[in-house]
Ligand binder design. Structure first.
Ligand code: PMP
Length: 378
């Protein structure tokens, strides 16, 4: 409508499929208890902050040069870490790849393996960015449903059926899943990888929250040796408390990594990013110790919500997905607003009226519990 003051002649029109589309964004609001984007509540210790400073200073001396395009030292450190964390043999450097957050890793995967005429399949409720990577890369995004609340389970048969119905080129499984917190049985991952093998379809298992899984829950990393079509993605944003550093990574067959190398922008990982990530990996004992604390806080928060009478999804992640009681509050949005008024920011996401709260430091979780008493009384 040319009469619309927002339409100025001469402003180039967007791609048609992007008309009216809003950018991704959980609200960034300055309140005392940030429990809405599954960050770690713990900033670096003074020792780690000092080491990060030194590493950045050293990297700065060479900032006139482009960084190592293949970030080989960082990939070797990531391979070594993965072996230590999951008990798998250390992947080769050629099997590891990284980018600015696992968001960029997934984007690169869809650039190289999706595209016009290709289909990617996910299971709802899922992480909100998946359809956006698909849209950006002209990949068709199709969705099958996870099982009913409160488990939001996904079984091997569900996955096989969805694959045979949609014939996807890429399947994204998330374990533990965002927003539900559900980890997948490795048999489900195996079923998906097997069902995709005849058509050489790719299975991406997004393990952004992998380190928070409960004891005895295996990682899909263990299946890498069996399935050439399997890609496991991880991130340093959550377990390594490095959301601001932007470092996500994947492990896969070297031929998959090679294809991603074709579409990545040159020097996409800055020298500063590489130095920061390597320093955080070197301090992994401190950082993974915090994961232990957060897992204990998560289990306590789950128990608290169950005792309060909520329906709660079992969680293997650093957040808990629950239904507000809505005895007196009218909607989840009312609960969200009343929490925000009390300085606690959580997330309205997925099917109504479910809400997701990240696990914070003990004082954040206590503030959430108190605010919830008032916002959504029993
Ligand atoms: N996958 C899942 C399931 C997530 O929840 C997130 C972040 N919320 C990401 C990937 C992306 O994280 P990052 O880009 O910070 O690695």
């Amino acid at each position: 409508d040319p009469a619309d003051p927002a339409v100025r002649p001469g402003i180039p029109p967007r791609r048609e499929d992007l008309a009216g589309v809003e950018p991704y964004g959980a609200p960034q609001i300055d309140v005392p208890h940030l429990l809405n984007v599954n960050e770690s509540p713990f900033g670096p210790s003074a020792a780690l902050a000092a080491d990060l400073g030194r590493a950045v200073q050293e990297a700065s001396a060479g900032l006139n040069r482009y960084p190592d395009r293949e970030f080989t030292a960082l990939r070797a450190d990531l391979a070594e870490y993965l072996a230590a964390e999951s008990g798998i043999p250390a992947p080769a450097v050629e099997e590891v790849w990284a980018a600015n957050g696992s968001n960029e890793v997934m984007h690169q995967l869809m650039l190289a393996f999706g595209g016009p005429g290709r289909t990617a399949l996910g299971f709802a409720p899922h992480y909100s960015m998946y359809p956006e990577y698909a849209r950006d890369t002209f990949t068709r995004w199709v969705v099958a449903d996870r099982g009913p609340a409160p488990d939001f389970a996904l079984g091997a048969d569900d996955v096989r059926e969805a694959i045979s119905a949609h014939r996807p080129h890429i399947v994204v499984l998330t374990s533990p899943n965002n927003p539900t917190g559900t980890a997948l049985d490795p048999e489900v991952v195996r079923a998906a990888a097997e069902a995709l093998l005849p058509s050489s379809g790719m299975l991406v298992v997004d393990e952004a929250y992998g380190e928070f899984r409960r004891d005895g829950v295996p990682s899909a990393l263990e299946l890498l040796g069996e399935f050439p079509n399997l890609v496991v993605t991880r991130t340093m944003s959550k377990a390594f408390a490095l959301a601001g550093g932007r470092l996500g990574y994947l492990v896969a067959d070297p031929r998959i990594v090679d294809a991603v190398r074709v579409v990545r922008l040159p020097y996409h990982l800055s020298a500063v990013t590489q130095a920061v990530a390597r320093t955080a990996l070197a301090h992994r004992e401190e950082l993974l110790g915090q994961v232990e604390r957060l897992r204990a806080e998560r289990d306590a928060l789950f128990d608290h919500l169950v005792e309060r009478g909520h329906v709660v999804a079992p969680s293997d992640a650093n957040f808990v997905y629950f239904e507000p009681l809505l005895h007196r509050a009218a909607s989840r949005h009312d609960v969200w607003e009343a929490l925000l008024e009390r300085g606690v920011l959580i997330r309205e996401v997925g099917p109504e009226p479910w809400m997701r709260v990240s696990v914070g430091a003990p004082q954040d979780n206590a503030a959430f519990r108190t605010a919830l008493e008032e916002a959504d009384p029993r």
